[in-house]
Design a protein around this ligand. Sequence first.
Ligand code: M6R
Length: 365
Amino acid sequence: DKGNHRHFMAKEIHEQPEVVGRTLAHYVDMAGGRIALPGPLPFEFAKLSRLSITACGTAFYAGLVAKYWFETIARLPVEIDVASETRYREPPLESGGLTLVISQSGETADTLASLRYAKAQGQHTLSVVNVPTSTIARESSAVMPTLAGPEIGVASTKAFSCQLTVLLCLAIAAGRARGTIDAARERALVDALITVPGLMAESVTMEPQVETLAREIAKARDVLYLGRGTSYPMALEGALKLKEISYIHAEGYAAGELKHGPIALIDESVPVIVIAPHDAIFEKTVSNMQEVAARGGKIILVGDARGAAAAGLDTLATLTMPDVDPVVAPIVYAVPVQLIAYHTAVFMGKDVDQPRNLAKSVTVE
Ligand code: M6R
C-alpha cells in the first residue's frame, strides 16, 4: 500500500523520520543518555584489533560511512570491501576477529558468501539486516536489526538511513567498550542522534525546491557528486541512486580527488552536486567548489546556511539543510540525496519503483 504517495519510493522516503525514530528507540536508553544494544554480543569490542565490513550497493555505502564512525569514535581500524570482491579475494581474517555484514534483504548472494567465508576463517559475524528471518540473519552469530519495515522500492532509502542509525549506535557502543569516549561524549552523541528524526522531517519539506531542481538535472547526460569525510560515501550513494532510477550517468568522488581526473569533465553541461554540511573539513570542499566554478561548472550545494554563506559562491541551486551535528549528518543528508534522484526520475517519466534490469534482492551472482 502506497498510502497517498505515487510510488513506494516516495512513501519510503517520507517514512524515514518514523522508522529511524523507531530504530533509535530500540538502541538508545534515552533517559540514561547512552546506547543500549538490543542483544548481547558474542565478542568484545575491546579485544578487537580490527573490523572487517562487507556488503553490496547501498548497504556497502552505509558500511563506508560506518568506517569513519568506528575509526573516529572507537579508534577501531576498519577494512571494507564490496562483498563480490571479499568473497573471491579471500582476505586473511584473524580467528576470533569480527566481520560485520550489512544487508537490507539478508539474501544477497555475495554478501552471504562473504559471511560464510568469514565464519570459515573462525570470525565472529555480526549482521545489520532488515529482514530478521533472512538467511544472513540466521547464519550470523549476532544480528542487529534495522526496523525500517518492508522496503518495496528497488532503490533502497529507509533501509539505508536505518542501517546508518544502527551502525552509529554500534560505533558508540564500541567506543564505550574500548574506552575511547567517556560518558559525557556518549551522552552528546546520543543527544545528536535523538535530533535526527526531527531533522529528517524538516529536510523533507525541501521537496518542492528539489522538484524544480530536478528539471535541470534531468537535462544532464552526466552528473558528478562530490563530498569529503562521511559525505564522500554519501556522494557515492547519491550517484548510485540517480543512475539506478533515472539512468543518467552519475559518479561520486571524494572532493579531494577532483584534480586527479574528474575535473577534466567539468563544463556548463555537467551539474556538480556537492554534499557539504558545515563540518571541520568544509573549507577544503569550498576550494573544490571554486575549482568547479572557475571552469563554468554548475554547482548544486547540499549544505546548511552557515556553509552557503561561508562559501559565498554562485550556485545553480542551494538546498539549505537544517544545522546538524556533523556526526549524524549522513543520516539526515540521505533525505535530499534520495529526493534528488526520485524527482529527477519521476520528471523523466521513469518507473522509479521497478527500474529496468534491477531486482530488489540479488540472490544470484
Ligand atoms: O538487500 P541488500 O541490502 O543486501 O542489497 C544490496 C544492494 O543490492 C542494494 O543496496 C542495491 O544497491 C539497491 N538497489 C540500491 O538502491
